[in-house]
Design a protein around this ligand. Sequence first.
Ligand code: HEM
Length: 369
Amino acid sequence: MFQRARQDGEALGMAAPRTCGGFMRSIRIVAAGIGLAALMAVAAGAAGAEEKALGTRLVDQMNALYGAHPGTRANHATGAVFEGTFTPAQGADALSSAVFLKGAPTPLTIRFSNAGGVPEAPDTHASVGGIRGMAIKFRLANGGENDIVCISANGFPVAAGEDFLALLQAVGASGPDAPKPTALDKFLSSHPAAAAFLAQPKPVAVSYGTQPFFGVNALKFTNAQGISKFGRYQIVPESGPAYLSDDEAAKRPPTALADNLRTALETGPVKFRLLVQLAAADDPTNDATKVWPDSRPTVELGEIAITKQEGRERTLVHAHQLDQGHRRFGRPDPQHAHRGVWRILRPTHQMSRSGERSVDKGAQRRGHA
Ligand code: HEM
């Protein structure tokens, strides 16, 4: 896997790591996780960065690692946009008073993506790190919008934006010539949750339509009676998860995840169930590294049916417009979220493309955005 990633990195003009010793061992961990291994020889962050806001520093650091690509996302740069509908499940409005949880189906725009900031990176490229994204925009009957963002991993390497920045900086400072232990070695040994997250297997799905997704952040859902519960989204393919071996994945075309979803749509909608996993009373709701046990109950909110590729081929789903997306749906608990990843998501995601909505033209032609 790593050797192939290295070749891909070279093809994309990125620095390739050397292939020996302890460096390789730590790199393999990262390559298995967020996959920045092929980007290691890049400098860590701009001078004077500490004076900037956290969100700005995060985007700057992503640009330092992946290269700056104006007009594209600094993260989840490669994606494909689809249309669909959401049909609420009977009784879904018992959890939340969100308007789309009762009544007629709601039109959706869905963007599936690969993590990492390298546009056009193949599905299995090291910069992707095995992490996929699913961003959903609900187009409400009253003209409003609600968004949900999920990733293919249940959990996150860190609980705070500052730590995510430190992780990215450690990666940037741990190039092939860095003395051992590298900054990354040190970061992972002092952040066991990050090491565990990166070491988790992250197999490649048959298509985006066979990949489960997770909301990662805990949200507070409030119903019409004012009763609130904490929960995390889970989006489960109705056909069940389906993955490939690394060898099989390596032989596929670079955009097979999206291509195979398009092919599946030729015979009908591809469906997911939108669930919320409910927290027990003492489950942490402010720490995305702490996954709740599978034994926690889930509530079914409804069915997401992907119906066709987005015809207009444009960038639609602005990630993490969270104040809009969760105003009446699930919200982060302000008491808990202030030190968490949540706080920096919205500004970070807004500045990622400097307000631009345009995307790489080649990607547009292929339905990528
Ligand atoms: C400190 C933590 C995080 C940082 C710094 C970060 C950063 C970013 C950035 C800069 C983008 C590009 C946004 C744009 O230009 O529109 C992005 C996209 C995305 N992020 Fe995050 N992110 C973080 C955590 C998360 C979490 C916890 C999730 C999952 C719940 C997530 C899911 C996504 C998805 C799905 C996209 C693609 C959105 C789309 O298709 O429009 N991110 N992220």
